[in-house]
Ligand binder design. Structure first.
Ligand code: NAD
Length: 478
């Protein structure tokens, strides 16, 4: 049974109420989740307040050791964490083992060491004054995360917040809470002081809202949908909270005819359908230069049809289950919309029913659509599932216009062997991240985040360490 982790202990929600947790691969209930509310958040805030001074004043090396200990415990139990992530989310076990859980370990390890290079700035003013910048923890911060990369994104927020001396109230998605609960067990085993990290489970509009509106929580780091981000911002902004918002996307994947074809084809398959297309960085609009269009289309469809959909626990599964029934219905409704907008379904397009234990699970065939204008709803709105569209283009100007036409600006991919063209396109794309001839190559030191409706602020490396600290300039007249 999942419990809240507050003040160093695993406890029941004040309401004593729970709601169901589903296994998306079988469509069955397999656990229950605390239905927390503002009373649980109040308990967490009191615990964090009590813990703050001691934690903030610990030598940074001591905080680092706690993070490294937590990392080593997740690493020790990697197989159990990966299995739990697979069952809770529906993602292939192989992916959880290779990406999700190793990255959660790295998040703790990375920030435990990155903090040592977080030097304070100094500015000499003329020759008679010197300024230096002190950076202190903000206090209590809130971290709210989504279901698609559950532990990966949860720890991406928690690790930098803790290392900079803040106490944290964190809420995982109510759709995928299990690995966050396992993290609380790891924190207890690591001896993390009580109240430093509090993990509260529950619904967004109750437990989540109680975090974003609590006056003693001074900063909110949020990853999730754009609509939710706007709601959080509307509560946090008048309270002058610091906010970091990592939101939705509708990422363009731009393929020029002079690309390294085999590398592009293999990577485009992954960037389209990895994690059932439920990665905010997946390229859902594939723009192909006209001379390559037919060849790409034919080869791509062959590859897509070879993908093995089914039981996420089977190690040869490429595409697992869609995270929830509600999300399954949303994705299917977009496939229907694509048809109504005049699109042709080249492959997929239907719910998939595996044989055996997953016959009642929530699966969708990987779907490729063509024949839609770039500005129709299917090509403008985030679907966040195994659905991509193919759009031909002739010129750089034309593809840039189409690529930049959505309200989103998270990530993009460009395929060309022409260096000048690659840099030219990268500079003109309105996205926070551009991958040239690759996809999802991540260096944790780089700024991560989106432009336009894809977010506010950046996380990662120094950006995260800056976000979680309050700078103070001290000017000394010599
Ligand atoms: P969501 O916005 O529904 O929920 C995200 C989190 O916010 C959950 O923990 C939820 O409980 C909480 N929440 C919901 N309503 C809230 C409220 N009113 N106040 C406070 N908290 C609230 O998003 P989701 O469906 O879990 O995740 C999918 C979305 O996340 C997609 O749009 C995807 O693009 C986005 N995403 C973005 C990134 C990025 O880095 N930019 C990464 C992953 C996912």
């Amino acid at each position: 049974m999942i419990k809240n982790y507050i003040n160093g202990r695993l406890i029941e929600p004040v309401s004593e109420k729970y709601f169901d947790n589903f296994d998306p691969a079988t469509g069955t209930v397999y656990g229950i989740i605390p239905d927390s509310d503002e009373r649980d958040i109040e308990l967490a805030v009191s615990a964090a307040e009590a813990a703050f001074n001691e934690w903030a004043n610990l030598p940074v090396m001591a905080r680092s050791k706690y993070l490294l200990k937590i990392a080593s415990l997740i690493q020790r139990d990697l197989k159990e964490f990966a299995r739990a992530e697979c069952v809770d989310n529906g993602k292939p076990l192989s992916l959880a083992r290779a990406v999700d859980i190793p990255r959660a370990v790295q998040n703790f390890e990375f920030f435990a060491s990155a903090v040592h290079g977080f030097a304070s700035e100094a500015h000499q003013t003329e020759d008679d004054a010197i300024n230096y910048t002190l950076r202190s923890p903000i206090g209590i911060v809130g971290a709210i995360s989504p279901w698609n990369l559950p532990l990966y994104l949860f720890t991406w927020k928690i690790a930098p917040a803790l290392i900079t001396g803040n106490c944290v109230i964190a809420k995982p998605s109510e759709v995928t809470p299990v690995t966050a609960f396992m993290l609380s067990e790891a924190c207890i085993e690591a001896g993390l002081p009580a109240g430093v990290l509090n993990i509260v489970h529950g619904f967004g509009n109750k437990a989540g809202k109680a975090i974003s509106s609590h006056p003693k929580i001074k900063a909110i780091t949020f990853t999730g949908g754009t609509k939710t981000g706007a709601e959080i911002a509307s509560i946090a902004a008048p309270m002058f909270k610091k906010i970091s918002l990592e939101l939705g996307g509708k990422n363009p994947n731009i393929i020029f005819a002079d690309c390294n074809y085999d590398k592009m084809l293999e990577t485009t398959l992954r960037s389209s359908f990895r994690n059932q297309g439920e990665i905010c960085l997946c390229g859902s609009r594939i723009f192909i230069e006209k001379p390559l269009y037919e060849k790409f289309k034919n080869d791509f469809i062959v590859k897509v049809q070879e993908l093995h959909i089914g039981d996420p626990l089977e190690l040869d599964t490429d595409q697992g289950a869609i995270v929830s029934k509600q999300h399954l219905e949303k994705v299917l409704s977009y496939i229907q919309l694509a048809k109504e907008e005049g699109g042709t379904i080249l492959c997929g397009g239907n719910r998939f029913v595996p044989e055996g234990r997953c016959e009642n699970g929530w699966f969708i065939e990987p779907t490729v659509i063509e024949g839609l204008p770039y500005n129709c709803r299917t090509n403008q709105e985030e679907i966040f599932g195994p659905v991509v569209t193919l759009i031909p283009f002739e010129t750089e100007d034309e593809v840039l216009l189409m690529a930049n036409s959505t309200e989103y600006g998270l990530a993009s991919t460009v395929w060309t062997e022409n260096l000048s063209k690659a840099h030219r396109i990268a500079s003109a794309l309105e996205t926070g991240i551009v991958w040239i001839n690759c996809w999802m190559v991540r260096d944790l030191r780089t700024p991560f985040g989106g432009m336009k409706s894809s977010g506010v602020g950046r996380e990662g490396g120094l950006e995260a360490l800056r976000f979680f600290t309050e700078p103070k300039n001290v000017c000394v007249k010599l």
